[in-house]
Write a protein that binds this ligand. Structure first.
Ligand code: NAD
Length: 275
């Protein structure tokens, strides 16, 4: 995955757009005594989710393939870490897992026309984005059922609901994740366990920065044009979301008192799909 950075000038321009709702919300999360497993938590959205759940009182297990990042965050939030590469999701079955909250967040992206999309890369993206969430749910649901309480939040995407060209693997995996999340919700209904998806549009993280760089290369234009003419052109609020905004919604769905909120998808796309 590319980790190119948005050029400084551009970053300044985006940052200068006001975030009108950035004030801390006063929703208190009572997650004392709960354990949360957050995948892909060493960076971006997963990191922000792990920080927020820990602030709400949960014991957080940070899972990532990035050992240094996972270790550092676990130490910062007084949690634990697990190093696992989900490109082989069968590794999940070898871990001794138990948690009240599962946030399936780890993700990768690749942009190419179908005729140039290597099948191995297509299947890698399905494994990380779809098979791993299935295996995590399979491993954790029995414990959640036994305790009569559980929360599963799948970090999907606008692309779980609509397609863009050149993202065959990502779009199909995220559509699959939407279906998986609903099946889990139906099977878990009445057992105190919920399953939902959150569907961000564009969020300022290394993944989206890599995507900007990829698209600039594919179309032979510069990164500032990709940001303005592609990403922000689709986003009525005209700015990238911040990982912490996504984390607020994820944390709400992980909290108590939300048993009826299940089998749903929550768009967080700055108005993109409303248009
Ligand atoms: N950034 C966006 O604009 C955006 C928009 C919609 C959806 N999403 C989704 O949000 C989720 C998080 O994305 P992000 O933008 O924070 O990305 P990111 O690149 O900042 O973080 C992804 C994390 O996943 C980990 N990861 C990737 N492959 C892994 C593997 N094989 N095994 C273990 N860990 C692995 C990475 O090490 C990294 O820590 C993804 O599922 C992504 O599809 C992001």
């Amino acid at each position: 995955m590319g980790v190119a950075h948005i050029p400084t000038g551009l970053e300044r321009r985006v940052a200068s757009r006001p975030v009108t709702d950035s004030k801390e919300t006063h929703v208190t999360l009572d997650l004392e005594g709960k354990t949360a497993l957050v995948t892909g938590a060493a960076s971006g959205i997963g990191r922000a989710v792990a920080v927020r759940l820990a602030a709400g009182g949960a014991s957080v297990v940070v899972l990532d393939r990035d050992e240094a990042g996972a270790k550092q965050l676990a130490s910062d939030i007084d949690g634990d870490f697990l190093v696992a590469d989900l490109s082989d999701p069968s590794v999940i079955d070898t871990l001794d897992l138990d948690a009240d909250i599962l946030v399936n967040n780890a993700g990768i992206q690749h942009v190419a026309p179908i005729e140039e999309f290597e099948p191995e890369r297509f299947s890698l993206i399905q494994r990380v984005l779809l098979e791993a969430p299935f295996r995590f749910a399979r491993a954790l649901l029995p414990g959640m059922y036994a305790r009569g309480w559980g929360r599963i939040v799948n970090v999907s995407s606008v692309h779980g609901h609509r397609a863009s060209p050149y993202k065959a693997a990502y779009v199909s995996a995220k559509h699959g994740l939407e279906g998986l999340s609903k099946v889990i919700a139906l099977e878990a209904a009445g057992k105190g366990v919920t399953s939902n998806t959150v569907c961000p549009g564009y969020v300022r993280t290394p993944l989206v920065e890599g995507q900007i760089a990829d698209q600039a290369r594919t179309h032979g234009i510069d990164e500032a044009e990709v940001l303005d003419d592609v990403l922000l052109a689709r986003t009525p609020v005209k700015r990238l979301a911040e990982p912490e905004e996504v984390a607020r919604l994820v944390a709400f769905l992980c909290g108590p008192g939300t048993d009826s909120v299940t089998g749903s998808s929550f768009m967080m796309d700055g108005g993109w799909t409303a248009a």
